[in-house]
Design a protein around this ligand. Structure first.
Ligand code: UDP
Length: 331
């Protein structure tokens, strides 16, 4: 068993059973679904062969999420409250670092992922695979409602990062994968493409897409664009390649156009087109590309600076231990 595996002991000193399954759930303004979520996930834990823990990570919610989590009486629940909103991926990482199970399942807090799938994913993980993804059936009518899912898929397919069609957030993996994930020290991990790129044997099971009526996304456009930039800059060199290709095409087009004007002037005796307007078009085109390119280089530089400062990805403000077992580090 890995060195990050920890045993559990009760306050009285009795050893609790080793944790078989850790379920990691980032929480951001999910007060509306939390009670039902905890009840359904706890019920699913009872169907798991072995002891389970539910690690809820409150990512600086501004609603009543934390009081609900902290007041939960489910013996499975352990919780962290981050000092502010650090984003879903950071909250996931905080939960992963806490997980003590042989297997881990990550899922969303808004009941979009069906807790009943927990024992099913767990059974898959006990087979020959290290990762079990979930995916929705490919029905366009249903997908049309899921704009955020489409957004993720569009970005992922541009970045060639996530090949499974209609992949859902909920997935499970072994401790081997968890330990590998924790070794990625980057400040802005995006776990979807990161996990796919690891190369561990995986399987995908189909899950029903829930009705999203009444479920609001916690991502606004700015957050989604930031996540998209993290995908593109962190996992591909696509922005730089795009700029190089575009400047190559612009160079060829400008050269061809200039050559045609010179040929018309020298051979056919045509007048040169009015200089200023033509010049303005060419200069504006080239300058906009230049600024765009500088912006892209700036993004990469900012990313380098960000990584080199090595600031903590998240800060923990408060903890709630499980009422059943308090984790202790075994030296
Ligand atoms: N989330 C988070 N921090 C954020 C935004 C979201 O921890 O800044 C969590 C949220 O509580 C949920 C998951 O990430 O458990 C997915 O968020 P959401 O359902 O809003 O995203 P969508 O499913 O719309 O992509």
């Amino acid at each position: 068993m890995s060195d990050s595996f920890r045993r559990h002991a009760t306050a009285q000193g009795d050893t609790c059973p080793d944790i078989e399954l850790s379920i990691v759930i980032p929480v951001y303004n999910n007060a509306g679904t939390l009670e039902e979520l905890i009840a359904r996930v706890s019920a699913a834990c009872n169907d798991v062969d072995g002891a389970s823990e539910i690690i809820l990570v409150d990512d600086g919610s501004r609603d009543d999420s934390w009081p609900i989590v902290a007041g939960s009486e489910s013996p499975h629940v352990r919780a962290l409250r981050l000092s502010r909103n650090f984003g879903q991926q950071a909250a996931l990482k905080a939960g992963f670092a806490e997980a003590t199970g042989r297997y881990v399942i990550m899922m969303d807090a808004d009941l979009e992922d069906d807790p009943a799938m927990i024992p099913v994913i767990h059974r898959e993980l006990r087979g020959p695979v290290d990762i079990c993804y979930t995916a929705y059936p490919d029905k366009n009518k249903r997908n049309a409602r899921r704009t955020s899912r489409l957004f993720h898929r569009a970005v992922a397919s541009i970045a060639k990062a996530d090949h499974t069609p209609n992949i859902a957030t909920m997935r499970g993996f072994s401790r081997k994968v968890l330990d590998a994930i924790l070794r990625y020290r980057e400040r802005r991990p995006v776990y979807g493409p990161l996990m796919v790129g690891m190369g561990f044997p995986s399987t995908t099971i189909e899950v029903e897409m829930p009705d999203r009526k009444g479920i609001n996304s916690n991502y606004n456009l700015a957050k989604r664009v930031r996540l998209a930039m993290d995908y593109l800059v962190g996992y591909t060199n696509l922005p730089a390649v795009f700029f190089m290709v575009a400047s190559g095409i612009s160079f060829l087009a400008t050269t061809a156009y200039s050559a045609s004007i010179i040929i018309q002037y020298l051979i056919m005796g045509n007048q040169l087109p009015p200089g200023i307007s033509l010049l303005m078009v060419v200069i504006l085109l080239l300058f906009s590309m230049l600024f765009f390119g500088i912006g892209i280089v700036g993004l990469y530089l900012h990313r380098l600076l960000d990584e080199s400062l090595d600031r903590p990805l998240y800060l923990i403000a408060e903890r709630k231990q499980s009422t059943a077992c308090a984790p202790v580090d075994i030296q």
